[in-house]
Design a protein around this ligand. Sequence first.
Ligand SMILES: [Zn+2]
Ligand SMILES: [Zn+2]
Length: 220
Amino acid sequence: MLIVRDYSVILPLKPREMQRLLSKINREGPNGCWVWTGSAVSGYGRITLRGQTWSVHRLVFEAFVRHVKRREVVDHLCGNGLCCNPEHLQAIVQAINIERWRTARGNVHWRHKITHCRRGHPLSGDNLAWRRGRKGRKYRVCRICENNRKAEDERRRKAVEEAVRFWAEVAAKERARRRIGEKGASRGITAVGNKEELPPGEMPEPMEGSGPQGARRPVP
Ligand SMILES: [Zn+2]
Ligand SMILES: [Zn+2]
């Protein structure tokens, strides 16, 4: 079962947490899937950050796309529970609208009894739009929801770009860190000012008297 929790308490992720998250994702999965390679429970990826366990695809969605509202779940369009490609993830309202099916009883076609979209916007006035589906059949759509869907598609597309950019940055920093490490080792200095890029347990030694880290504070 997925853990339902307020993910905003951990977002935005710190660079190192983001790095850990992304380092366990294989972007070369089938069908464009970004496959989680870390631990998984019931077919869904899990990661432990700040001492708590988080659902990976939901974390990725909230980190890159948007906050997931109450009653919404993050669904896989690709059907692969380990996938965390934002383009394959969608936040949907889990509970189906039972009211819809109740109205199926009666003389009027159940569809005509629907006066509001599933999110509660009125299917009338300016908000009502008609679209033509397959076989030329007309159907009603909620403009608010349609616009939201478009905006979300756009956000999801941007999310992928952002994730890819972040990846590249992390990789570049990692390379730079290694270079500094090598240089530092040969010159006998440590990489001050690159704390963020250092792996855990490799805190830089402040150089004496240089910069805020090395400056001696007067003892009260
Ligand atoms: Zn996928
Ligand atoms: Zn709507």
